[in-house]
Design a protein around this ligand. Structure first.
Ligand code: TEU
Length: 545
């Protein structure tokens, strides 16, 4: 165990487009974030992670970067960034940036040059391959529908894009690419930022040759070589935190990437728990029921598998996931607050660094007003509709629209709900935000929740206070209890003679369980009193002994 500041941190994720518009263009911006730093501080978060704020043609909301050393004009200027960083640091808040270097925008000058011919200095910066029998070299599909290869007339070759065709994959086999990336990392680190969240960083290793047997580029062994080199050349020179976004990774691999003695990254974002409700054929577009025991078993494996060796990142939500209270909780008015608090507690009392996605601390829900295709902005959602409805005719428009309501990333991207003013206080009255405001902002908003001692906000704030006061919350080990229980999630933590017990009812039913009997003093709960063995709907109880 290393006892580093990032293990004791609570991270608050800000999606800049949707956080706070300060200049009335309907798009959130850096000045808006600066104006809201005190709110984040009040919540008790210690680190802010910003989604990409770099220059981008916005095919994928900033995950397609055309200049890593410039600020997206919609968000402000470099001076505004420097001011934000300073203002955060003045409040004792650290700032972590998104690093998107599996791919760039096709409008990045590296790619503009690269596609001209095979002899220029950037020709080998991307993953180019010759056609095989007049076709793409492999049958890989892009994450945003359609083939992962795009034919380019000028070069007479295909380029690889694991995401949109405006996101060509960089060729990490080329040392010049790696050193260009290290340079841009130093640019930001030398400004004093406190770390990076690394986008799909386990996809940067590509096979040497492409053909029917080439392995899909995820977790190839080269990834670890590159990360070790990056650590040696850059990361190890700064006191920072790093978290790699790594779909398709299990605890054993996570230990390889983030083990305390590994010298690669500090943490990863794993995806196994986000897979529980995916349909085998249609993925996130068809609602798939899951069992609580499945979800618990996944989280137990991560808790037990990393304990003492590596460090978990704990998340239910981010800008790619539907809202957790609508997904794993219950967003009906009578259960929303209780279930949001229960979900928060079950996650935050596990071992690891918790990540709170903007609005999660308010119990913000999926947006029931996203009913027509034209309500959506997200490239994955729009392409998914065309793939499943227009091309494959596998889902009807109505089925797909229902799927989008449950699964679209736009559920997380509707504007932050600050108050009951028009546009929920996100943008001035009369302005049309880039994506619609969830109409439930009149009842779910920060202003009311900050004032109300029983709000979801104040429950999260209290969790953060209790974490600071009780090292067991950070460092305790994890023992699952009642693993076969389909309705209750219970576990214990142990640390220096103390025991912390969490018991949570995941249903809207009244249950009776005896595991709370000898658990000690009630540290936190989402009900005003303790009925002992009785568990009310979505009740969570946290005991300390
Ligand atoms: O996401 C990568 C990823 O694996 C998924 O979460 C993705 O959003 C999608 O659901 C795949 O089906 C990262 C970013 O978080 C995401 O916003 C970007 O769109 C993506 O990379 C490409 O940069």
């Amino acid at each position: 165990m290393v006892n580093s500041w990032w293990q004791e941190a609570v991270v608050y994720q800000v999606y800049p487009r949707s956080f706070q518009d300060s200049d009335g263009d309907g798009i959130g911006d850096l000045r808006g974030i600066e104006n809201r730093l005190d709110y984040i501080k009040q919540l008790g978060a210690t680190v802010i992670w910003l989604n990409p704020i770099y220059a981008s043609p916005n095919d994928d909301n900033g995950y397609d970067i055309s200049d890593y050393q410039a600020i997206q004009p919609d968000f402000g200027t470099m001076a505004a960034f420097d001011r934000l960083l300073k203002a955060a640091h003045q409040r004792g808040l650290k700032l972590v940036m998104d690093l998107v270097v599996n791919h760039t925008s096709d409008e990045h000058h590296w790619f503009v040059e690269s596609r001209k011919n095979a002899t220029n200095p950037y020709s080998d910066y991307y993953v180019w391959a010759d056609p095989v029998d007049g076709h793409a070299p492999t049958d890989w599909e892009s994450s945003f529908s359609g083939p992962a290869w795009q034919f380019d007339q000028a070069r007479g070759q295909y380029y690889l894009h694991l995401f949109s065709k405006k996101q060509p994959d960089l060729n990490w086999r080329n040392p010049a690419v790696r050193h260009s990336v290290y340079d841009l990392m130093r640019f930001w680190l030398d400004k004093g930022i406190d770390g990076f969240r690394m986008d799909v960083i386990n996809m940067i290793g590509k096979p040497e040759a492409f053909g029917p047997d080439a392995p899909y580029p995820i977790n190839l062994p080269q990834v670890q070589d590159y990360l070790k080199e990056m650590n040696r050349e850059v990361l190890s020179k700064y006191d920072i935190m790093t978290v790699g976004e790594m779909p398709g990774t299990d605890p054993a691999l996570a230990r390889a990437y983030t083990g305390f003695d590994t010298h690669e990254l500090n943490m990863i974002f794993q995806f196994q728990h986000m897979g529980v409700d995916l349909d085998p054929k249609f993925g996130k577009w068809v609602h798939h029921p899951f069992k609580l025991t499945t979800l618990k078993a996944i989280m137990d494996r991560w808790q037990l598998g990393l304990d003492g060796h590596a460090w978990n990142s704990l998340y239910w939500n981010n800008h790619d996931q539907p809202r957790v209270v609508s997904r794993f909780g219950n967003d009906a008015p009578e259960f929303r607050e209780r279930s949001a608090k229960m979900l928060g507690a079950v996650l935050h009392y596990q071992q690891g660094t918790p990540y709170i996605y903007q609005g999660e601390e308010l119990g913000m829900t999926n947006d029931a007003a996203l009913t027509k295709l034209s309500d959506y902005r997200d490239i994955e959602s729009l392409n998914g509709y065309h793939e499943w409805v227009d091309e494959k005719h596998a889902l009807t428009p109505a089925q797909m629209l229902t799927g989008l309501q449950h699964g679209s990333r736009d559920n997380a991207r509707t504007p932050m709900q600050w108050d009951t003013e028009p546009n929920a206080g996100f943008a001035p009255a009369g302005v049309t935000p880039w994506i619609g405001v969830n109409p439930n902002y009149l009842t779910i908003n920060a202003q009311q929740e900050v004032r109300d001692q029983n709000s979801v906000f104040n429950f999260y704030r209290q969790m953060n206070v209790l974490r600071q006061e009780n090292p067991i919350v950070t460092y305790g080990d994890y023992t699952p209890l009642a693993q076969d229980d389909e309705q209750v999630w219970a576990y214990q933590r142990h640390y220096e003679g103390q025991t912390l017990t969490v018991v949570a009812n995941w249903t809207q039913d009244l249950l009776t369980r005896d595991c709370a009997a000898t658990a000690g003093e009630l540290l936190q709960s989402n009900y005003p009193d303790d009925l002992g063995e009785t568990l009310r709907p979505y009740e969570v109880k946290v005991y300390l002994k």
